[in-house]
Each structure stands twice: as C-alpha cells, then as structure tokens.
Design a protein around this ligand. Sequence first.
Ligand code: B16
Ligand code: MG
Length: 214
Amino acid sequence: LVKACIFDLDGVIVNTARYHYLAWKRLANELGFELLEKDNELLKGVGRMEALEIILKIGNIQIYDPKFKEQLAEKKNMYYLEYINQMTKEEILPGVLKFLQLLIDHNIKIAIGSVSKNTRTILKKVGLESYFDVVVDGYKISKAKPDPEVFLKASLELNVPPNECCVFEDAIVGVIAAKSAGMKCVGVGDPRILKDADKVIQSFENQGLELVMF
Ligand code: B16
Ligand code: MG
C-alpha cells in the first residue's frame, strides 16, 4: 500500500479539460484558425504559456512580442474562468468522492498536484477546498509537467518519500512527470494513450484499495 496519493486536477478530479479546450478554441477562432478536439490531447497537463505556444504552432502563427503573448494567454484565461465560474460539485467525476473517502478512512494522505493557477478557484467551486492534506498548484512551481517538480513538491509537503506516493494522471506529460519523480502512476483514461502508467483505469467508479497496492 502506498502512503500518499497525489491527484492531478484537470481531467482526474473534474473534467475541466473540456473547458480548457473550449477556451483555447475560442481564442484560436479569433486568431483565424480551427482547433480540433484531437489537438486538445497535446494541451493536457502543460502550463498555460506552453499551451499557447502549441496553439500558435497549430495555427501557423508567429508572434515575437512576449507582451502580446501574455495578453493572448490572459484572454484565454478569461474565457476559461467564464466556464469555471459555472461549475458545481455535480462536476466532480464519477466515483472520485467515494475513492477519496476510502483513502482518508485508511489513513492514506491525499494531495493535489496540478500546474493550473486556477486550482484553488476550481476546488472551491466544487466544494473540495478542505479535502486535501496538501495542494501544489501553478503558483508553487516554476516548471510545468513533464518536469517532476510539481509531484516532488507534493511529496516534500506531504512528508512521504516519492517511492511511497502514487500519482493519478490523465495526461501523457503527467505520467512522464510521475515516473521521473520515481512514483507509482495510475493513468485515468485511454490505455493506448497512457502507455507508460503502471495501471490505467477508465474512471474511479467501483475502485477499491487494491488500486493503490503495488
Ligand atoms: P491554467 P493539470 C493543467 O492542469 C491543464 O491540464 C492544462 O491543460 C493547463 O494548460 C494547465 O493546467 C494550466 O492551467 O491556465 O489554469 O493555469 O492537468 O496539471 O491539473
Ligand atoms: Mg490533467
């Protein structure tokens, strides 16, 4: 059994991946190109500015002015916040609450490891702000996934060594980050995409403690 579980936020606890996509798509459309649902896979888990670079590459747009780039990223975030502000606890993904409670009941610590700067807002919106022992978000780190910084920081704050932590991730870069942090990793989503995870689940529904037995 592991001693702590670290959860990615977007796409694992709540389905905000969809809102990130809609917000980037709006920005892309304004810049004159289309953003496809399949392009969204590349955006999962990467930081805001890194995501913007990917978007601009897809649209074949070159921008050299860093200020203008900041403005575009901020615009996207405004669109994103419009969606986020409508969120309720109904949007916590199926089985998540039950699984978190199971871990708490068995004295397994729980943390959030997200590069999102909107982590606190989202947790508040869905009523999970006081659930986690530790929350590491985009304000506490300087390197986005696939860098392991976010998970190592969580392990440090939890006071649990990396090899006794298990990360839950929906993004390829997140799985890479977890593995290079020396942690166990459960992928949430498509096993063909999350090949490097130790295990992959479709959802948290009906998951028991054996999921974190390695
Ligand atoms: P923000 P995670 C990530 O969160 C998202 O997956 C990614 O799509 C987003 O670009 C990034 O947060 C930054 O988010 O713009 O809210 O700071 O998956 O690490 O929970
Ligand atoms: Mg994610």
